[in-house]
Design a protein around this ligand. Structure first.
Ligand SMILES: O=C(O)CCC(=O)C(=O)O
Ligand SMILES: [Fe+2]
Length: 335
């Protein structure tokens, strides 16, 4: 059988300290050359239990304007639930390959859901050292359980519980972002489709890599989502581009990492910035992460919120259907 999944490539005994050439980045992307070594970037850490809403709004707005990324603590998701989420996700990836392939993204299928490995659409044709699983978890009408692992048996219950616990956290964050622009709390969520907002879960599985200094996990990008709520495991790997260099983001156990994605940048007419990030891999350890992408429905039109637009502040972005935004971005066409 032709080896295709990174997890399988990583387990080959004949690698002997090397990796196939399609994983070796050009020098301008290699982590060993482009990372600020020995420094952990302390992105803003925001305590969501802060009773002073004004100061909470101010810190979320400041982080979203200047960083596009922050971490939240005291968010209300229990450590036990995060541990369960990680356990069932890891157990799925540790199943025999044949069992994982049952929920593989079908070839030629037009959606993103399913187990898979991305063949990066990059000029150099390089591949990321990562496999993934995508499936929607909310709203119930958007869910296709075919793409959810049947094994381990508790996968569904744990992931449903996690999605439901995340809804108030997401609503709160979107409200804080709205308020930070001087808008009503509900305006940003409304601008994303309101209750039809889709929660798309991705699990990234980065197996140990014999040459972590030459490869990347996920290539540099901004998320197409509105915001992304991310749980990593304890293995370092997330990097952010700041002042022309890549920095490792400090890992805080049980914090949620929040990325500002492209749709919030558009809605805010550029006041909030989507964060440019990438991931590195580890020589000995498996890294995993669980980004939850909060996305407008594909047919929903997103554009700068009208209340933010004036003669002095004209729209900087087009208003367009989310599916058209995605199509242009994936095919590297102008937006
Ligand atoms: O693994 C991570 O920490 C981030 C992954 C990521 O950026 C993505 O999947 O979009
Ligand atoms: Fe990302």
């Amino acid at each position: 059988m032709e080896v295709e999944r990174v997890q399988e490539i990583a387990s080959l005994s004949n690698l002997k300290g090397t990796i196939p050439s399609e994983f070796i980045r050009l020098e301008n992307e290699q982590p060993a050359i482009t990372t600020k070594l020995g420094v952990l970037l302390e992105v803003p850490v925001i305590d969501l239990s802060n009773p002073d809403r004004q100061s909470l709004v101010a810190s979320v707005a400041e982080a979203s304007k200047n960083w596009g990324i922050f971490q939240v603590v005291n968010h209300g998701i229990t450590n036990e639930l995060i541990a369960e989420l990680q356990k069932v996700g890891r157990e799925f990836f540790e199943l025999p390959q044949k069992e994982k392939e049952v929920i593989a993204k079908p070839i030629g299928y037009n959606g993103v859901e399913g187990y898979g490995t991305k063949l990066q659409k990059e000029v150099e044709g390089k591949k990321g050292w990562v496999d993934h699983l995508f499936h929607k978890v909310w709203p119930p009408s958007a869910i296709n359980y075919h793409f959810w692992p049947k094994n381990p048996p508790s996968y569904r219950e744990v992931n449903e519980q996690y999605a439901q616990s995340l809804i108030p956290v997401a609503d709160n964050l979107l409200g804080l972002l709205s308020s930070g622009l001087g808008l009503e709390d509900g305006d940003i969520k409304q601008g994303l489709g309101g209750e039809d907002l889709v929660y798309m879960l991705k699990i990234n599985y980065y197996p140990p890599c014999p040459c972590p200094e030459l490869a990347l996990g996920v290539a540099p990008h901004t998320d197409m989502s509105s915001i992304t709520i991310l749980v990593p495991n304890e293995v370092q790997g997330l990097q952010v581009f700041k002042d022309d260099v890549w920095y490792d983001v400090a890992y805080i156990p049980n914090a949620l990492i929040i990325h500002i994605g492209d749709q919030v940048e558009v809605l805010s007419n550029g006041k909030y910035k989507s964060v440019f990030h990438r991931t590195t891999v580890n020589k000995d350890k498996t890294r995993m992460s669980w980004p939850m992408f909060l996305e407008p429905p594909t047919e929903f039109e997103v554009g700068p919120i009208p209340k933010l637009i004036s003669e002095d502040n004209p729209p900087k972005y087009k208003t367009k259907k989310f599916k058209d935004y995605v199509y242009c971005k994936l095919n590297k066409l102008p937006q």
